[in-house]
Design a protein around this ligand. Structure first.
Ligand code: AR6
Length: 168
């Protein structure tokens, strides 16, 4: 199932939240900053050992002080013109996060709207890619709960009419 919630992803009480990180994996602004603040210093110390993460890839850490048991850190593309591989890289970020969740036998995962803040990805196009990737994944892994945590009204309006999405 795919769920939609408006609010702070650091409050998600489930198996994993996804962080929209950068390639260094050492924190930053936006949702990345919020997650590092809520999870605590231990997250930063652990992330230092990971050697970063390439755009479109994903790495997993414990959730530390979060309610969520794990954090899946992925790096979305910085949006340039839409013809520089951004759609493929954004899809990979979602796919690789879901794959990692599956490999760790996780059953619930919450995503922020990757790349649509500081990285400037147009929200409508990003929402389409996120939702389609989730739907595709569920065809093969029907028992995963996929949550989209939107933080602003524009994203809420974009997601709420997707077919089959459940408002929570
Ligand atoms: N819960 C849910 N969503 C949030 C939260 C929150 N607590 N805070 C912000 N958002 P951004 P990006 C939304 O900029 O575009 C960082 O500095 C936000 O409104 O966090 O992938 C990293 O270190 C937006 O819709 O991530 C990277 O350098 C969405 O999360 C860079 O920003 C993503 O916005 C990554 O940029």
């Amino acid at each position: 199932m795919i769920y939609l919630t408006k609010g702070d992803i650091t409050l998600f009480d489930g198996d994993a939240i996804v962080n929209a990180a950068n390639e260094r994996l050492l924190g930053g602004g936006g949702v990345d900053g919020a997650i590092h603040r809520a999870a605590g210093r231990e997250l930063y110390e652990y992330c230092k050992t990971l050697g970063g993460c390439k755009t479109g890839q994903a790495k997993i850490t414990p959730g530390y002080k979060l309610k969520a048991k794990h954090i899946i850190h992925t790096v979305g593309p910085i949006y340039k013109d839409g013809n520089s591989g951004e759609p493929e890289l954004l899809r990979s970020a979602y796919q690789n996060s879901l794959k990692l969740a599956q490999e760790h036998n996780l059953k619930s995962i919450a995503f922020p709207n990757i790349s649509t803040g500081v990285y400037g990805y147009p929200k409508k196009e990003a929402a389409q890619i996120a939702f389609e990737t989730a739907q595709d994944f569920l065809k093969r892994n029907a028992d995963m709960e996929i949550w989209f945590y939107v933080f602003d009204n524009e994203n809420f309006e974009l997601y709420k009419d997707f077919e089959g999405i459940l408002l929570q």
